[in-house]
Design a binder for this molecule. Structure first.
Ligand SMILES: Nc1ncnc2c1ncn2[C@@H]1O[C@H](COP(=O)(O)OP(=O)(O)OP(=O)(O)O)[C@@H](O)[C@H]1O
Length: 325
């Protein structure tokens, strides 16, 4: 993996991912995940209503959409943390609809998890060990033969230490996870997911709450996953992040897939601009959606300038109206 301190080097985007026009539900040349007719309702509310979705293998796909669009619910369904009213999906050709989360993870599809209170009370190293799959000591018979799991425990610890070094968390290995900064927690969440040696990594808002000093490092780590042959699917509100690292973008609104395409094309799509980005497409979506105050947004954006320009335009329009006969 690349180092934190090196400047951002533009890495090639994956192209030729789809077959035919980039319409919602378009077929991919080499899909890793294929979902059909996935629907999830909560009472009278339809949170997810996806006719067909394919996620391209070996690429980085961003799932975007306004608050409440159904992104997290779709993530929960595809990873076995929630059950749909209807629908089927396959991962690497194997049907995993209705398969519980721990089995989905064993098959190689993992998602990152926010550091909960309980996990915060474990050390960074113990958090990593929890991420390993198929540990022998878990089984009743293997538990009777300590030599078996002791050897495996050593291997797991070695793997954890290598990953912690790559993610620059090795000096924190004995600290309680709760003592990490927001950005370091995100790094730990990603490193922990990699303990199970996945082929598809699903990241839920990997940049949320990350201080700009760690943003570059996190972006580089996500790009590294692809270079290592993994597929990445991530939910993100920050359009700069999406533009920078995504090869493909899927847009959700009101539970449905409303657009797909490469980042540049999708962000010019009038339907996406109208429904989602509005007049604020230069802003971090975190600002648009009220997640961050403009002052806390990515300093590389012109968020503040756009907000004050909007405010000036509104004030000017008001003045014109007042002055109107
Ligand atoms: N457990 C639940 N019970 C009831 N309604 C829910 C539940 N989970 C989600 N919803 C509703 O389903 C809709 C989709 O929510 P979801 O969290 O998937 O959206 P999202 O696109 O991830 O939004 P955000 O960007 O704000 O995280 C929302 O209207 C939400 O209120």
């Amino acid at each position: 993996m690349s180092s934190d301190s090196s400047p951002l080097v533009a890495r090639a985007k994956s192209t030729g991912l789809h077959i035919g026009d980039a319409v919602p539900g378009v077929a991919k040349t080499d899909p890793i995940l294929i979902a059909d007719g996935v629907r999830r309702t909560f009472g009278g509310l339809t949170a997810v209503d996806v006719d067909h979705l394919e996620i391209p293998k070996g690429a980085i796909t961003a799932l975007i959409g306004p608050n409440g669009a159904g992104k997290t619910t779709l993530f929960n369904l595809l990873t076995g943390f929630d059950k749909p009213d209807q629908g089927t999906w396959t991962f690497s050709g194997t049907s995993i609809s209705g398969v519980p989360a721990f089995k989905v993870a064993r098959l190689g599809q993992v998602r990152t998890f926010q550091l909960t209170k309980a996990l915060g009370l474990l050390t960074v190293l113990d958090n990593m060990k929890l991420g390993a799959k198929g540990q022998r000591g878990e089984g009743f018979f293997s538990a009777l033969f300590p030599a078996l799991w002791r050897k495996q425990d050593t291997e797991i610890e070695e793997r954890a230490l290598v990953l912690l070094e790559k993610f620059k968390l090795d000096t924190k290995k004995d600290d309680y996870a709760a003592s990490l900064s927001g950005g370091q927690r995100k790094l730990l969440e990603m490193a922990r997911a990699l303990m199970s040696q996945p082929s598809l990594v699903m990241l839920d808002e990997p940049m949320a709450g990350v201080n700009p000093a760690l943003t570059q490092s996190l972006l580089e780590h996500i790009l590294d996953l692809k270079d290592l042959g993994m597929t990445v699917l991530f939910v993100e509100h920050d359009m700069h992040v999406v533009r920078h690292i995504a090869d493909w973008v899927v847009v959700m609104a009101e539970g449905k897939i409303v657009a797909e395409g490469d980042p540049t094309t999708v962000m010019k799509n009038p339907a996406v601009v109208d429904a989602y980005l509005g007049a604020h497409q230069e802003l971090d979506l975190g600002v648009v959606t009220g997640r961050y105050h403009p002052d806390e947004a990515d300093p590389t954006t012109d968020a503040k300038a756009s907000v004050s320009a909007d405010a000036e335009a509104i004030a000017a329009a008001g003045a014109e109206e007042e002055g109107a006969p």
